[in-house]
Design a protein around this ligand. Sequence first.
Ligand code: SF4
Ligand code: FES
Length: 244
Amino acid sequence: MLVRLRIRRYDPESDEEARWAEHVVEVEPSSRVLDALLEVQRRHDPSLGFRASCGHGVCGSDAMIINGRSALACKTLIRDAIADSPDDDLATITVEPMRHMPVLRDLIVDQQPFFQRYRAVKPFLVPKDTAPDRERLQTPKEHAEIADATNCILCGACVSACPILGENPRFLGPAAIVQAARFVFDSRDVGLQARREPLDEDNGVWPCANHMACTRACPREIKVTRLINLTKRELGRARDQAEV
Ligand code: SF4
Ligand code: FES
């Protein structure tokens, strides 16, 4: 079948501002949007810039806006992406770079600010004692507390979807909070105090207003908003204990 890809393009060396480019490509309904982009790059315009690596929803590198929603191109089937196209027209799929991240070129965004926030929450185990001879063990029940957050692939789709970041670009953002939650709720971690500076400040967890756009956007089906709320509650508990 033929589909029209409408792609937001921007080359800092030749474009004063972003523009739209259209390409009609032949794909299967069961192909992914990533296959259509690769087809454009191979047969229409090799200068099209986008990130992708694993092709299977694991590396998190091909998050973008597809038909207005944050998603992974490798996990979005053509038949789903064209579901809302009118029957009497050539089906069109609109592709744009992620929001709330500076565009470097075409669909490639600058991930530096994203990873700065990730690093700020200390995304590693802060243990209470020195390393034991064997690994630090956890019960299945303890692991269940962090299992959801461990599924994060750092794709940034939740950040791109977050309406709060549109109003307040200094908000820490959902992905960094998920990473914090991954360790805050780990039975072997005692690092909440060390993470309070990025989390428990005006632009930390508190600007989140439960829009749930992050949860809807997450390709790993992580309950992002729930983890943000649990982290808020944990920070509140730590404050109460500090005051006793
Ligand atoms: S929480 Fe989900 S959407 Fe956000 S970075 Fe992790 S995997 Fe991507
Ligand atoms: S290419 Fe790795 S997640 Fe899509």
